[in-house]
Design a protein around this ligand. Structure first.
Ligand code: ADP
Ligand code: MG
Length: 728
């Protein structure tokens, strides 16, 4: 068989950038395929429109008759956009999106047909969902699950299908998706934050969390990727000798975007805009062939939906450009991996960002309240945040000296640190008039000025304050942002409720004025949450030590990290905030462990297969050439052959040794898998795969990579790192 690798390289050599012609101004394309307010107004009666708006803003139920009207409008609009089918579009716990298409078309009588889509089909659908992860919530005989319309995220036409964002729940009402807990967490923070925001502005009636994600990814040519079973099946390279050049020259970050990639990006942005995803920024990332896309932030639920949709769109557009998108957190050893920074803030319905300082001391006290409560919440529940981004693939990135460590810490910058230090010294109880004036003029009053030169940006922090939002950087590039978003909003909601209680208590029982009570509560929070604040180098070993002394968690692996989710503290939190029940939490724990195990299992099978069926045969082929060569030398030089064949003989021996090691390590790994499979609980299995199976991967890889350096390049079948990373 011809060498796939060389065929692929030849194919890539002849590729040209796809020509992209932009159809009209981008601003005019924006949201064209989204059933947004404008489309709703055009297609709906005012009664239906009002009803949907009330549902979006106040969660008021839409009655059946109106639902029929809404559905008819949606259908007519979708058909005008070329849609023939509709689907409930949801995010099961697999981490991806799911859809099942039904045609609008419906025969009536013998030879007539209509386009039908009623309120019933819009609002709720039953689906046989036993094939989605459910953590034992549903027995297969009770395999019904329901998807139910989420009116807060607008439907869109994707290809020829009307997609209706929905939640996904079991017959018995438990959430089976990532959206449901997020929506509940958003309700929790809305209530809690609105109450607190009212201290500062009585007109606030709603607070919405916002999310601006930044999506990092790698692009690899399709033909090259197809020569690598590991990339195709696991999304990452399980072996491969590092290229002579990686990212050490820093010449890729923000560099000029390669032509084929730029075409891809333009095509992608075009699709994004039609779907209402406000794609704004594109650039090269640190590693070769690594890039980033960031949109303008949105209300969190919509932003999560858009990110899930984006990943799907990215794959589809990539096909047109003969690329494969790698969303894996660590596709290549030795160069940076990919993450998905989650920029998070809170917005009021009066148009105020609660994490942005304002123009008056009172507005700044409002900012400080939300700022400090967030820090306190993160301090209290750091382990849950870590757990919210745990996955087999993200384990490769967290703590790998290029991404935040598995330790969660908050960075706020030198100047805000000073402000908190001063607030920590505020007197207990009532404040003297002098102290109040001092606070107003020199502490709280100064905050906006600070931001003018707030340039110190610590890139090594996992939870950093960046001027008017927090940026959670430990989120995996493949992850559904709904998980960390649900946790952030839940823990901050809980903290704000406690804050409100505390302040009200001080006002009612201690006779303090509102601002005095707030200063008093904040002072204590600053003290209590000091251990989570860290301004130094988060990648350093010294920090790991210090964090341990501070009592911060450092859960390096997924099975370790996930345990935090089922602690009594976590269950109490989620139940109290009405985000998830114990049953749901325990089911999710099972599902995530199971998913972890499966991922490691797949990688284990793959590396065994590649090592034995690709690497070893290639090495043997090359060894045979060497043997032939030595035989030939013997023929020519007779007994003196050794002097001229030393190197070759040595190489033959070394190759044999690596082959032997590969076989014995693969055997041992297979045995470890067998033992792991015999265990009964998901937890035991995940731990065994983590601690007994996975360690073989690096050992097997070591010998394979050594062989790659020895074997004739012309024989090597797996596309090499330098080709994967530097061809486009
Ligand atoms: P970087 O982290 O790459 O330096 P920025 O700090 O400028 O970039 O972050 C930009 C991201 O932050 C964008 O995705 C943007 O949408 C998001 N963002 C900006 N303001 C907010 C906000 N109030 N809430 C949530 N996300 C925001
Ligand atoms: Mg960022």
């Amino acid at each position: 068989m011809p060498n796939l690798r060389f065929n692929a390289l030849k194919e890539v050599g002849s590729r040209k950038p796809v020509v992209i012609t932009e159809k009209g101004k981008r601003s005019e394309l924006f949201g064209k395929n989204v059933f947004n307010e404008e489309a709703m107004r055009r297609y709906m009666t005012s009664e239906a429109f009002e009803s949907v708006m009330n549902s979006i803003h106040y969660g008021i139920k839409i009655d059946r008759k109106v639902a029929d009207q809404v559905a008819a409008a949606m259908r007519d609009w979708a058909i005008s956009k070329g849609a023939t089918h509709y689907t409930h579009w949801f995010q099961p716990l697999t981490g991806t999106t799911a859809e099942k298409h039904d045609a609008f078309f419906e025969p009536v009588g013998r030879d007539k047909a209509i386009e039908k889509f009623g309120g019933g089909q819009l609002v709720q659908q039953e689906s046989d969902a036993s094939s989605f992860p459910n953590g034992g919530i549903r027995n297969t005989f009770e395999a019904r699950g329901y998807t139910a319309w989420d009116p807060t995220s607008p439907p869109f036409v994707y290809g020829t299908t009307l997609c209706i964002p929905t939640i996904f729940i079991s017959y018995t009402g438990e959430a089976l998706d990532n959206k449901t807990p997020l929506l509940k967490a958003m309700t929790a923070i809305d209530q809690a934050a609105t109450e607190v925001a009212k201290y500062f502005d009585k007109n606030v009636t709603k607070v919405t969390p916002t999310l601006g994600w930044e999506q990092e990814y790698f692009l690899v040519d399709k033909a090259l990727a197809n020569t690598r079973p590991d990339l195709v099946l696991a999304g990452r390279t399980l072996l491969g000798q590092q290229a002579a050049k990686g990212q050490q020259l820093d010449d890729h970050y923000f560099g000029s975007i390669p032509d084929r990639v730029l075409s891809y990006m333009r095509d992608l942005e075009h699709e994004c805009l039609l779907l209402g995803i406000p794609a704004k920024t594109r650039h090269n990332e640190v590693a070769p062939n690594q890039f980033e896309l960031a949109p303008i932030f949105e209300e969190a639920n919509l932003a999560v939906d858009q990110n899930s949709l984006l990943m799907d769109v990215m794959n589809k557009v990539a096909e047109r450009h003969d690329f494969v998108v790698l969303f894996h957190e660590k596709p290549f050893a030795g160069v940076n991996g990919s993450g998905k920074h989650n920029n998070w803030s809170l917005a009021t319905d009066t148009g105020v960002n609660l994490l942005a300082p304002g123009k008056t001391p009172m507005k700044n006290l409002q900012f400080l309240t939300f700022f400090i409560c967030t820090i306190k919440a993160v301090c209290e529940y750091e382990e849950l945040l870590r757990a919210s981004v745990a996955s087999a693939s993200n384990d490769h990135r967290l703590g790998a000296n290029e991404a935040p460590p598995a330790i969660v810490s908050v960075f706020i910058g030198e100047q805000l640190t000073k402000v908190l230090d001063e607030l920590e010294d505020v007197s207990k109880g009532k404040l003297s008039p002098e102290e109040k004036t001092e606070l107003k003029l020199n502490v709280v009053g100064k905050i906006p000025d600070l931001f003018l030169d707030n340039t110190d940006r610590n890139r090594t922090s996992s939870f950093a304050f960046t001027g008017n939002k927090f940026e959670f950087r430990a989120v995996g590039s493949k992850a559904n942002c709904g998980k960390p978003m649900a946790v952030i909003n839940t823990i901050v909601a809980k903290q704000l409720i406690e804050f409100k209680k505390e302040v009200d208590y001080l006002i009612e029982n201690k006779g303090l004025k509102k601002d005095e009570a707030i200063f008093n509560a904040l002072r204590e929070y600053i003290k209590q949450s000091k251990k989570i604040r860290f301004e130094g180098d988060g990648y350093s070993e010294a920090w790991e030590k210090e964090a341990a002394e501070r009592g911060l968690s450092n859960n390096k692996t997924t099975p370790e990290a996930l345990k935090a989710n089922i602690s009594e503290k976590a269950i109490a939190l989620f139940e109290e905030m009405k985000v998830m029940s114990r049953v749901e939490i325990e089911a999710r724990y099972e599902i995530e462990l199971e998913e972890y195990k499966k991922n490691i299992q797949i990688e284990g099978r793959l590396i065994g297969d590649i090592a034995r069926n690709h690497v070893v045969p290639t090495a043997v082929r090359y060894q045979n050439t060497l043997i032939e060569n030595v035989k030939g030398l013997k023929e020519i030089f007779g007994n003196d052959y050794q002097g001229v064949a030393d190197e070759q003989i040595e190489l033959i021996k070394r190759i044999s040794n690596h082959i032997k090691m590969i076989h014995s390590k693969v055997d041992a790994m297979i045995e470890a898998r067998k033992q792991a499979n015999k265990l009964t609980t998901a937890e035991e299995k995940a731990n065994a795969y983590c601690n007994k199976v996975k360690p073989y991967f690096d050992e097997i890889r070591y010998h394979c990579d050594k062989l790659e350096t020895m074997v004739d390049d012309e024989l090597w079948t797996l596309t090499k790192y330098r080709e994967l990373l530097f061809t486009n």
